[in-house]
Design a protein around this ligand. Structure first.
Ligand SMILES: Nc1ncnc2c1ncn2[C@@H]1O[C@H](COP(=O)(O)OP(=O)(O)OP(=O)(O)O)[C@@H](O)[C@H]1O
Ligand SMILES: Nc1ncnc2c1ncn2[C@@H]1O[C@H](COP(=O)(O)OP(=O)(O)OP(=O)(O)O)[C@@H](O)[C@H]1O
Ligand SMILES: [Mg+2]
Ligand SMILES: [Mg+2]
Lengths: 252, 252
């Protein structure tokens, strides 16, 4: 199972969700996290230093080195293909490369037997890096911040998902929309939630991730929220989310 | 005076800052806001509908139409060059265009006499759209969210600013670093602030923008925070910021 976490709106909780899901799945499955963002937040989130990386996502995409040479172990059952600033150039470099949209898909093909779950963190854009992630994936999980601007870009993301499904990856489907940074005390969160559920109906996860400072603090210790504070409301919400995801995947 | 608001990290308050500064400056100067983000959040933030736009930033950059044909009036003394999803294709289309980094600069040249202040909102990336904004600007204002991941990308942004200054725009300088979404109750905000002030010293604005739901609510009414709730702590902080900016600009 390969899941991309994507939304071109910035700061909606893509990396946090990718880190948390990978760490949770690693409790009983073998997991690979692929960092497709040049900012490398997923790489840092598990405490990996970006300065002494030998191979990164850049080398896999542009120089065609096998992903098995690039991934590093960060926890039991949890590996990451790290990224660093080299990846910033890849968007433009990929433009004239043969089958530019499918580079990641071919790179992950040989790893499908080694890993039960592959999760891909994407940058805040719908460029070739995110398209590579979608082409390589079975599912896309869309975090949506409970704020006004958050709903604006979802239509464009869906257009891109539909284009990918039509031309490059018939398997791709939306796993669901995840409400993040939900603040129970504000009217805005409730409004965004009711608008989203009215529009996308059962595709919206029942589980909502609450805004919680503990989540924002965890990466500064190189830990996921489970490791940092497993009893926090946000950690418990992500536990419920895993169950919902497994139900949706099994139904298909 | 032309100011770009830039930081490739997503969701740090670029659009909110661009909207708020434009609306404040428009109280006593003639202001143009340029939306260089395909998401078009700055366009929507002033209540402009993206569906019936005749000309956008895309037409100005790629089809070379004069910016004076694209801007629309949104308030007294406040105009905007709007954007919509057409702009999403511009990053790739610009790659092979003559003097691709300077398209915006040439487009804004004839408007310098008409407007006292031009503010440019940029997308969460360091691609050609943000580079166009930096090449066209005198200053770049960098919003930084008081969270762990927020400090990671600043080095890369500065590298890009220095490259632009060296090859394409010797005038460009960092106006300052603005701490946004500051939550006084959390240790994380204080840690990020002290790290940032230790590193960038007086380049960090004294003014800090507090996290406030009122700010997140304002754009859903098509209003800036001044219009929506001028007595809120965030609105007052942005008022102080304007004074600090004016001092810095006059010193130079
Ligand atoms: N539930 C939450 N409660 C509070 N803070 C959160 C929560 N989820 C994420 N954050 C914080 O919000 C910020 C943005 O989250 P994150 O970096 O995961 O978003 P992103 O979508 O990956 O951003 P980008 O678009 O830059 O890649 C981070 O500082 C993160 O720690
Ligand atoms: N001081 C603040 N307090 C609370 N919420 C804020 C504040 N400033 C901005 N926000 C909210 O945080 C979210 C992100 O802000 P904004 O969209 O301005 O960031 P951005 O950097 O422009 O994002 P992007 O990278 O997607 O362009 C928005 O929903 C906005 O309303
Ligand atoms: Mg991220
Ligand atoms: Mg923005």
């Amino acid at each position: 199972m390969i899941i991309s976490v994507a939304n071109q709106k910035g700061g909606v909780g893509k990396t946090t969700t990718a880190l948390t899901l990978s760490s949770l799945y690693a409790q009983n499955r073998k997991v690979l996290l692929v960092d497709m963002d040049a900012q490398g937040n997923a790489t840092t989130g598990f405490g990996v230093s970006k300065n002494d990386l030998k191979k990164t996502t850049y080398n896999v995409l542009i120089e065609d080195i096998p992903a098995s040479e690039a991934f590093i172990k960060v926890r039991d059952n949890l590996y990451i293909v790290p990224s660093n600033l080299d990846l910033a150039g890849a968007e433009v470099e990929l433009v004239n490369v043969m089958s530019r949209e499918s580079r990641l898909k071919y790179a992950l093909e040989p790893l499908k037997d080694q890993f039960d779950v592959i999760i891909i963190d994407t940058p805040p854009s719908l460029g070739l890096l995110t398209i590579n992630a979608l082409v390589a994936s079975d599912w896309v999980l869309v975090p949506i911040q409970c704020e006004f601007f958050a709903l604006e870009g979802v239509g464009q993301l869906l257009k891109t998902v539909n284009l990918v499904r039509r031309y490059l990856n018939t398997e791709l489907d939306v796993l669901g929309y995840l409400l993040t940074m939900y603040d129970r005390r504000t009217r805005l969160s409730q409004e965004v939630e009711s608008e989203l559920r009215a529009y996308f109906k059962e595709k919206v996860f029942d589980t909502v991730i609450p805004r919680s400072t503990r989540v924002a603090e965890a990466p500064s210790y190189g830990q996921s929220i489970q490791e940092y504070d497993s009893h926090s409301p946000a950690a418990r919400a992500y536990n419920r989310l895993i169950k919902e995801i497994d139900e949706r995947v099994q139904e298909q």
